[in-house]
Ligand binder design. Structure first.
Ligand SMILES: O=C(O)CCC(=O)C(=O)O
Ligand SMILES: [Mn+2]
Length: 226
């Protein structure tokens, strides 16, 4: 068995989850897996759906509780959308820019999230929120936990599209050493159960533009928030 590397925290290897790229789920931790390229089968539906969401609820740079403008631009779809301003982080049923409900979750999003979660050992996942992050070169997301959801029994399903990025996958404590994992167009990471509150983030985006999406990375983060 190969030894764990700094890209594979708490890696356990076995027949089901190998730490090489053979299309099999790659185990990152006890209940965290990387599904390489898993979103590619959905790409023809995902990109027009994102364009439709963006036309109703455009990407915008929100302000954190600490008063900083996020380098990542975001929008949402689904019954609930994640928002931040100087009052803090929360989920809202309406887009604060328009006052209208967030765009509905496209069926292909729900299928991709459900299918990815099931492959990772979380059958029956039904997200009610999809946060859509857009990174331009230089944009980043610092180490954080996803903890604004009502209960943590559902996993997080995170889809990468466009430019490659370096994902930081840390521990339950902020100070735990974070592994660095390259994520490519179509990759899906799922974490839940005992790993649901692991810290994670994205290093400043750099590198060549993506052939299909150009000089940007889009991330879809599916949650059961309400
Ligand atoms: O862009 C990513 O891959 C991570 C996004 C994320 O962690 C978040 O939006 O909470
Ligand atoms: Mn997150």
């Amino acid at each position: 068995m190969p030894a764990p590397t700094d890209q594979t925290p708490a890696m356990t290897t076995g027949d089901l989850f190998a730490d090489h790229d053979d299309g099999q789920p790659q185990r990152l931790a006890e209940a965290a897996v990387l599904l390489r390229g898993h979103a590619l089968a959905f790409i023809d539906e995902l990109l027009p759906a994102i364009a439709g969401i963006e036309s109703r609820s455009p990407f915008r740079h929100m302000i954190t509780r600490g008063g900083h403008t996020m380098s990542v631009a975001l929008t949402n779809c689904g019954a609930l959308g994640w928002c931040t301003d100087q009052r803090g982080y929360r989920y809202t049923p309406a887009d604060p820019l328009s006052g209208l409900p967030w765009p509905a979750m496209p069926p292909a999003f729900t299928r991709l999230a459900r299918d990815s979660a099931a492959q990772a050992g979380f059958p029956g996942f039904l997200p009610d929120a999809c946060l859509i992050n857009r990174y331009l070169p230089g944009a980043r997301m610092g180490l954080h936990q996803d903890r604004n959801e009502r209960d943590f029994s559902a996993p997080i399903v995170s889809v990468s599209l466009g430019m490659s990025a370096t994902f930081l996958f840390g521990g339950l404590k902020r100070t735990d050493k974070a592994a660095r994992l390259p994520l490519f167009h179509g990759d899906v990471v799922v974490w839940g159960g005992p790993d649901r509150l692991r810290h994670h983030g994205i290093l400043p985006l750099k590198g060549p533009p993506h052939p299909l999406l150009g000089a940007q990375r889009i991330n879809l983060t599916f949650r059961k928030a309400g």
